[in-house]
Design a protein around this ligand. Structure first.
Ligand code: ZN
Length: 164
């Protein structure tokens, strides 16, 4: 795995499916609505081209690795998700033998997740995955990051994990 990923899809644009592919393995990584939307769009494109598409929704790295292991050579792998999930999944896919040209990525969230602190009512970027803990940068409360997103777009709700 090389240091520094150069994502081939920018954050606003969604890459299109490669018409040269016959079989598409599409994965929406983690609990990310934007990733699911990207996967749905890719699936629709693949089907419109008359191709076969398998979509994994809410996939983790293990699920992606398993699916790639079971895929035949020449399959196209399309991954959408937050940066941390995407980096892990791309590494797994490459390790499973997929060529860089066979892998398309769509980055939905760069860096950490946005966490809302219920104690001081601020949102902040935290380099932590849902389920992990982070200390609020504003008030110092230790927050446990819930896997369910709040209705506010892109923000995870922190729960007070322990007294600071
Ligand atoms: Zn706080």
């Amino acid at each position: 795995m090389s240091a520094g990923f150069d994502w081939d899809a920018d954050e606003c644009g969604l890459g299109t499916v490669d018409a040269g592919g016959r079989v598409f393995l599409i994965a929406a990584l983690g609990d990310c609505p934007d990733a699911r939307a990207a996967a749905a769009e890719w699936c629709a494109q693949a089907i419109a081209l008359g191709r076969t598409a398998t979509v994994l929704s809410g996939a983790d790295t293990d699920a992606v690795r398993e699916a790639v292991d079971g895929a035949r050579a020449g399959s196209r792998v399309m991954l959408a998700g937050a940066e941390r999930d995407l980096m892990a999944a791309v590494a797994a896919v490459r390790a499973a033998g997929a060529l860089p040209s066979e892998v398309t990525t769509h980055l939905t969230v760069r860096g950490g997740v946005a966490v809302f602190c219920p104690h001081c009512a601020t949102a902040q970027d935290a380099a932590v995955a849902p389920g992990g803990r982070v200390r609020c940068a504003t008030c110092g409360t230790v927050l446990e990051v819930r896997s369910h997103r709040s209705s506010h777009h892109g923000t995870y709700l922190g729960a007070v994990a322990e007294a600071a």
